[in-house]
Design a protein around this ligand. Sequence first.
Ligand SMILES: [Mn+2]
Length: 372
Amino acid sequence: MFRFLHSSDLHLGKRFGQMPEELRGQLTAARQGALARLAEAARAAGAGTILVAGDVFDTGTPTPATLRQALTQMAADPGLDWVLLPGNHDALAADELWAEAARRAPPNVRLAQRPEPIELAPGVVLMPAPCTTRRPGRDLTAWMDDAATPEGAIRLGLAHGAVQSFGEEGAEDVIAPDRAARAGLDYLALGDWHGQVRLDARTWYSGTPEPDRFKHDAPGRALAVSVAGPGAAPEVDPVDTGSFDWTRLAIGLLPGEDPAARLGAALPDVGRRGRTLLRVEATGRVRLAGQSALAAAVAEAAPDFAFLEFRGAGLALEPEAADLDAIDREGALRRAADVLMAEAADPARPPAERAAARAALARLYAFVAEDA
Ligand SMILES: [Mn+2]
């Protein structure tokens, strides 16, 4: 029985420049902290080896502190072996990074810099496919098909990249999704996709241990994998390793509903909010009063969260004469409100302009309501 932890896409040193300044350092530190959480998860699963399937570092030029502190953390438990694979963000082309890593790596850290078998344990052979460049232009796992391993050995693969091409170019970059079957692998540990995905019983993307975007809308995870012997189906268990949650909250509204109540009911537990980055995406139809109430409810909840972003581009204003009357029945304010309402509903205008008109109208409404 061989047990290991499969992870990928740590992106150590990622700077989060688009985030508020006071949050950036916390998010970067949370990524670095993922190393200790992976070590803990490995020990809890009884695994002695951690395979990192690429993008250990966010760039080929991490700061010396990022590199050295990562290696120091990996050295903290000499009973755990780490195997680090160059991914597309930290490809072999970053030769200074990998040379420095090789100089400083503790004995329990192996750098999978060549496509050749590595003996992880007696009878357990790992075949790595390090990324040579950001876009290697070929399937780097092809060599595994013909790689000879000792009779009766467990064959493991480690690679980084897509298994599917969505664009017109780059199809030759793609990893054969059936590589495990073709190469007789007991398990193929993949990285690149930041969400956890099972391709087949022997082929998984572990996902990142610490989320870094809203796209996947899932907590940070790794995989605890057990292989009983050559040919045996692996046992694969997801384990939680995340520190921050990146959560998308979709709210579809109808004009008669109370948007603030809907939002309140859908928000995560208060205790978790300080470690949650939340994107609220409102769609549907809303009246002016509802839009004001929603904006106020978002502003009220925001300080509980590490980050809260509101997206209302999918929200249509329901034209109600009574709402415009509440602004004014005639005069300059009413004329402004009529123009804004028309612009907000004009399909010929770009979405950003319509959103601006909607926001301006909501401001006008809130301003007048406050004054009253
Ligand atoms: Mn990545």
